[in-house]
Write a protein that binds this ligand. Structure first.
Ligand SMILES: C[S@@+](CC[C@H](N)C(=O)[O-])C[C@H]1O[C@@H](n2cnc3c(N)ncnc32)[C@H](O)[C@@H]1O
Length: 265
């Protein structure tokens, strides 16, 4: 177990789960629960606590990827952790693979792709808007503590980009995914999987049409609902509110185009 060091980011967390992301530096941190001296965290292990001047214990935790995604700066819609988990399994993402991603937005998906492919893999991200590319690069650097050398971030329109990549997987989160399918397909290896996330079902219908004419089979679309529950001595029931809809996931396998056309009949 590594102890906390100066300049590290730490999640100060109450017993009930309220949390603040704070840097360990020579400065006090104050909230309505009182004040702590952040340098007192140095040398402590994850799971130990600091006590505020009001006597409240704040646990010292390291960030999980889920924590970070909800705390990081976001200027676009992001892919939520529940959908990221599904993309990893249904997209069969593995260490060592090369993934082509577009667009990168705030970088939520990209964080998960980089972890899934590991140091032996590669992620090539194509983002049209420079300000989002910079934001994503910053979010990724803050999470990993460095800019992963196996990440190529290209500022370009996916519909016109020139790339030298033979991808094992393509993962797209674009407002017009159907317009990108015939552009990304040449970059995807035969037998590779394409995953697309779209919030509207109209987008999904157009995406299916393009997938079928571009040599994809086994096209499946689904959505995932995550309903949290409150559990204590008096209650065991779903919470009142939930994020009811994030997006539809579509997964498809690239095969020989002529074979795919035959399979359609
Ligand atoms: C919903 S956001 C992606 C969010 C991202 N998946 C995440 O988890 O943070 C969609 C992104 O696609 C980008 N985009 C839209 N059209 C594009 C295109 N033709 N080529 C490249 N990027 C594009 C937008 O600028 C935006 O950043």
């Amino acid at each position: 177990m590594t102890v906390f060091r100066p300049d590290e980011w730490v999640l100060l967390t109450t017993q009930k789960g309220k949390s603040w992301l704070v840097r360990i530096e020579n400065a006090p941190y104050s909230s309505h629960l009182g004040t702590v001296n952040m340098m007192d965290a140095v040398g402590k292990e994850e799971g130990e606590f600091l006590e505020t001047n009001k006597g409240v214990k704040l646990f010292l935790l390291r960030l999980t990827m889920e924590d970070y995604i909800f705390k990081m700066k976001r200027q676009t819609q992001i892919i939520y952790p529940k959908d990221l988990g599904a993309i990893i399994i249904y997209g069969d993402l593995q260490p060592g693979l090369t993934i082509l991603e577009s667009g990168v937005g705030s970088g939520s998906l990209c964080l998960a792709l980089l972890r899934a492919v590991g140091e032996r893999g590669r992620v090539v991200s194509v983002e049209k808007r420079e300000e989002f590319a910079l934001l994503a690069a910053d979010n990724i650097k803050r999470f990993y503590g460095y800019s992963p050398p196996n990440h190529d971030l290209v500022v370009a329109d996916i519909q016109h980009v020139c790339l030298k990549v033979a991808a094992d997987r393509v993962v797209i989160d674009l407002p017009e995914p159907w317009g990108a399918i015939n552009k990304v397909t040449p970059f995807l290896k035969m037998g590779g999987l394409l995953v697309s996330l779209s919030p509207n079902v109209g987008q999904v219908q157009l995406t299916h049409r393009e997938l079928k004419t571009n040599g994809y089979i086994h096209i499946q679309t689904f959505e995932l609902l995550k309903r949290d529950w409150m559990i204590d001595a008096l209650r065991a029931r779903p919470v009142d509110r939930m994020v009811a809809h994030t997006g539809f996931l579509t997964v498809a396998k690239k095969v020989n185009r002529a074979t795919a056309m035959l399979a359609a009949f």
